[in-house]
Write a protein that binds this ligand. Structure first.
Ligand SMILES: [Zn+2]
Length: 337
């Protein structure tokens, strides 16, 4: 079955999701909340070339692809290759080969995050001028020690949060340590940034309007010690640069979207809408990882899988990802967490 046929099959099973549906659930929308583009839908799949793609990646890629196909929009591929110690050229070649094998097409040249670090650095400078970031000199061990000594260490959706140690440093100490060339990351002062931004909302096509709560992630790193950026900063800068209007991605990144919405506001970037889809889990209920070699497209292809058999295997998950959930149901959770 071709992508277009699959798209038609999925389309025939669901009512159209029109603008009226979006509006009908929302309180009056401020200019800042409103998705900023009325142009064609642009989606992207943005893997890191650090291993072989597996079924979970295939789902993410197909959801982005189908979303664009259904809307008559465009699907883009981006390589999130900022971590040069883990990325490998052979994985780039392999992932593009797997995606082409699945029947996906994308315009060339593919955007490589590593070639656009200057855009991320400009974004960081803007946040520095707004006094919304601070240098963090902590090592991982120091953070662990500090957290262990706390009675009530702050926790987020993925565990312990950074305790804010370096936020409390005096300007003189910061200047002296920077002048001495001390290794440092740059962290967002999320309390200060949220106060400056005021209330923000974002729209998820499966879970409706969300009030942004970026503080649940704490003072995240926006520029790593070893790289002039981070996933969070690069992803919002690159999505804006590529004109992405609909960010489709796994539910594991749902919490991050609160932060990304805040960064878009602070950096005056266009605001896309999001569609977070369920994750593919293994037989024990754990989400697939690149180390699960058995689920890699490479292994499945070697065992005789065809593009159609992969699409059929993922059909229910793709359909669920494209459909809005029944409003009486609680939000779907990722892998039963
Ligand atoms: Zn620190």
């Amino acid at each position: 079955m071709s992508a277009r046929q699959l798209s038609k099959r999925i389309q025939s099973r669901r009512p159209a999701l029109g603008r009226s549906r979006i509006r009908s659930h929302a309180a009056p929308v401020s200019a800042d909340d409103r998705p900023s583009s009325t142009a064609a839908v642009v989606t992207r799949f943005a893997p890191s070339p650090t291993g072989r793609l597996h079924l979970g990646h295939a789902l993410a890629a197909l959801v982005a692809w189908e979303t664009a196909q259904r809307a008559g929009g465009q699907f883009l591929l981006r390589l999130e290759d900022i971590d040069q110690t883990r990325c490998r050229p052979e994985y780039e070649t392999a992932l593009m080969d797997d995606l082409a094998w699945l029947g996906l097409q994308w315009p060339e040249p593919v955007r490589r995050q590593s070639l656009h670090l200057n855009a991320s650095m400009a974004a960081l400078e803007r946040l520095q001028k707004l006094d919304l970031v601070y240098p963090c000199f902590c090592t991982r061990t120091e953070i662990q020690r500090e957290v262990a000594a706390m009675v009530n260490a702050p926790h987020g959706p993925e565990g312990v949060l950074y305790p804010g140690t370096c936020r409390a440093l005096t300007a003189a100490t910061r200047t002296a340590r920077l002048a001495a060339g001390a290794d440092h990351a740059w962290r967002l002062d999320v309390t200060r940034a949220s106060a400056l931004a005021g209330p923000l909302r974002w729209y998820d096509h499966r879970k409706n309007w969300q009030s942004a709560t970026p503080d649940i992630l704490g003072d995240v790193v926006l520029a790593r010690k070893d790289i002039a950026t981070s996933y969070h900063l690069a992803v919002v800068v690159d999505d804006a640069a590529q004109g992405v209007t609909r960010v489709t991605r796994g539910e594991d990144l749902f919490a991050c979207t609160h932060l990304h919405r805040l960064l878009q506001h602070l950096l005056d970037l266009p605001v896309p809408t999001w569609a977070h889809h369920p994750l593919i889990c293994d037989s024990t209920g754990k989400r697939l990882a690149k180390r699960d070699a058995a689920a890699s497209l490479h292994s499945l292809r070697a065992m005789g899988a065809t593009p159609n058999s992969i699409r059929d295997r993922l059909h229910a998950a793709i359909t669920e990802s494209l459909d809005p959930p029944d409003e009486d149901l609680p939000p779907a959770s990722a892998c039963g967490q």
